[in-house]
Design a protein around this ligand. Structure first.
Ligand code: I3P
Length: 128
């Protein structure tokens, strides 16, 4: 079992680079637009930042650390979704408000870690 699931860690945290596309907003389908995103899992939220690698040194200003968007994981659903993409290692995250995201990594172990860490947060919130 992972260290995150030992029940002794109140705040799960994880950060890393994933490929991301939003595919629905409020239940309404969107056109895919994959891009690398710096993803941070903190508390009950998944927070998306612009890919730091795509920023020039001069773009590192305090204002640029503002998240692009943030997802409340309470009541969210997570599913492997390789049928929704030609890419490998894809999962879908659906929020209670009907926003849907696909997240993807070329690295199998990395995407599995993200999946189980996010699922652990969703499960914890379901129990509250
Ligand atoms: C889409 C783009 C996406 C692709 C999507 C295409 O074309 O190539 O990368 O998704 O496939 O429609 P466009 O750039 O013209 O919008 P995947 O990479 O996830 O396969 P889809 O329409 O079959 O979902």
């Amino acid at each position: 079992s992972s260290p995150e699931s030992d029940g002794c860690t109140p705040e799960l945290e994880k950060a890393g680079l994933l490929n991301k596309t939003k595919i629905a907003e409020g239940g309404r389908k969107l056109r895919k637009n994959w891009s690398p995103s710096w993803v941070v899992l903190v508390g009950n939220s998944l927070v998306f930042f612009k890919d730091p690698k795509s920023q020039t040194p001069s773009s590192w200003k305090p204002g640029n650390s503002r998240p692009e968007s943030s997802v409340d994981l309470r009541g969210a659903k997570l599913h492997w979704a390789n049928e929704l993409s030609s890419k490998k290692n894809v999962f879908k995250l659906r929020t209670v408000t009907g926003n849907e995201f696909l997240l993807q990594s070329e690295t199998d172990s990395l995407i599995r870690e993200w999946y189980s860490t996010i699922q652990n947060v969703i499960d914890r919130l379901d129990r509250e």
